[in-house]
Design a protein around this ligand. Sequence first.
Ligand code: ATP
Length: 786
Amino acid sequence: MSQSSIYDDLYLTGEVERVIFLSEKTRFHVLKVLVDETNTKFTGETIVTGYFHDVSESETYRFTGKVTEHQRYGEQFSAVSFKHEMPKTNTGVINYLSSDVFHGIGRKTAERIVDTLGTNALEIIADNKNALKEVEGLSKSKIEMIYHTILENQKTERIMIRLNDIGFGASMSARIIKYYGEDTLRILEESPYSLVTDIDGVGFKTADKIAVQSGIELNEIRRLYAGILYIVDDVTMSEGHTFLHINDVIMKVDELLNTPQLVYFSDEQIKEAVSDIEAEEKIVVVDNHVYLPTLFYSEYKAADEIFRLVNHPEEDDITDENVDTAVEELESLFKIEYNTRQKSAIHHALNEKVSIITGGPGTGKTTIVKGIINAYHELFDLKDMDDYEEDEYPIKLIAPTGRASKRLGETSGIGASTIHRLIGWGQDTEKDELIDAELDADLIIIDEMSMVDTWLFYQFLRNVPSHTKLVFVGDKDQLPSVGPGTVFKDLIESDVLKVTELDTIYRQGEGSSIIRLAHEIKEGTQIDITEKHRDRSFIPARVDQIAELIDNIVQRAVKKGYDMRDIQVLAPIYRGNAGIIKLNQILQNILNPENDEKNELVSGETIFREGDKVIQLVNRREDNVFNGDGGIIESIFLKDENGAEKDMVNVDYDGIHITYERKDLMELSHAYCTSIHKAQGSEYPIVIMPVVNSYRRMLIKNIVYTGITRAKESLIICGDQNAFYDALSREGIKRDTTLKQFLRDKFQVERESADDILSRIEHLTEAVMFKIPAMIGVDKTPYDFN
Ligand SMILES: Nc1ncnc2c1ncn2[C@@H]1O[C@H](COP(=O)(O)OP(=O)(O)OP(=O)(O)O)[C@@H](O)[C@H]1O
């Protein structure tokens, strides 16, 4: 492998004794290496970290890189590149040939090979496989296997050299080889732009550079095709639109591919290329809107599904009078007097096939959901929930995330599940798979609707039986979904469904100024954030003072008897002095400091300690633990200690106990401080929210609104008041979507234009239409986040 890295001067050769940690996703390894030769001061056993596509224990490698300081374990070697060292001694070659790399070759055979061919056996075999015929007792198939394995390894080396020359780091190289295997060199040569769509994290600019190196001209049409696809995909995924206007595509593609001096593609050519790609079924163009097929399909068909549900003849005969009576009974049961809008929300939920309830915090959404369930029981004479067989209970409560569904289950008292679980969207479901579930329910209530994106919405709707009533509940002013679309807002604004907006704040009466603040933010009322209240305060601080300030606040809260479960710090970015990573380190020191009694395990840059507050980062549907769920590390077992065979971390998620092996630890992070996105759907007694100018890029009104509404008892905002006001004046990018229009079209009898659209895309199969792309630059689809 070429050693052209800038770290050439530092290297280390040695046998890998143990792979201590391996992330399957990123190929990040932590290795224990027995140093054989080096120009560093390392001797004996040394920790080497880096991104390697493949490293095996008991084999020898040459690592080049640099010496780094780990916060806990001191100096270690961070490799930037590595090379499999062919063994140079007889014993080395024998060990290698009898290792797992060569299946079915035992030590005896390996010894015979070396006895016959000498220390250079590997080179001799690579040159001429017939050399192996001289070795006694080797079958033809074994000769072939040994020869091909040696060649294979040489080939991987060559690919690594090329990727390294191009400028890919070890991590990316490992991912590329994992995806293309031995086709890697051919792809780099012939269609480098495939990398943009195939390999998460490879941007168009990189592929463009490779293309130039491979001799592809800058004005070649395939460059244009790749550029267009990249723009449609990238902008949709990063900004959440479901389509781009053709003029925006032209403008952005022009910016991407042309330079002020050299126009490789005219606007006209770009437009023509868009049509070509459309003909190839890779995008859909309707009324000058350019869509990823899956988003067009989901929006378009979702409107059809809503129409199907709304127009299915009512099978029950509930009258307004029946509902009125039920509401009166509820009022006396719950000792409550519903306001007019609340009553009408209950009426719509029971009388309409599909209805919507939206409202800010404390306006009674949960109260109304409970009311609807009770009234439904009353009107349909349902048995007690426990008297139904599992799955036969006709009311289903669902929410888009694990946490939201847990909360909903608790507040409603009848249990709830995620939407994914209800429709069977499992871990093994391919991302382009349309789900067909056998769903049976008479009433489905979906909470936290603002978090539902276009894909999930359609996958859900297509599985809802026609007789089922649907009630969508949410807060339309919260952050929109992670994935594309503004489903909840579009449903509300389409005017085709009955919407009740709850606007009377009840919790405020209990002395909460937090909820009032949230509503003032929503309504755009002038606010003085520095005003002091019993339950909220603002503490001015510069960005470099934030960490210390939070340290102080938390220390004081702990003295008052609050613990880590009560206190949640919310920040919008990860890096920097006031970022999530730094704040987590500080908070861990206060809330769960180092202690001889507590075991610890280091994973990457994180020290996990018994008693730590942690958050799960991807869905584990089979365990009922989801991205964003919070837990506490109850125990850590270290390898060889008390007979443990592996390092293990046990986390308690409110009674669900999960064991993580080292390789799973990438799924876990500290949760003393989390992002506001991750906190959506949860509430905490104390919320501390730093708001500083260095967050500017991320600070917009609905992020602040969502953050503030997480606080139940006490809210402390610290930082720069101007940054706070500034955030309130920023609405974020408005997402372009067409669900609203499709709904209106569908519900107006003369849906000619829309049907016309469908006839134009009729030839596209569902399979072509439904391809959910991974998020650009992220090794996950949006579904890993739900
Ligand atoms: N009509 C009413 N009269 C008196 N109190 C009410 C009424 N409606 C709701 N409340 C009370 O207001 C409080 C907030 O209601 P609820 O929790 O249902 O609101 P929410 O919209 O679900 O809030 P959040 O979104 O913050 O969870 C509760 O204590 C509830 O009992």
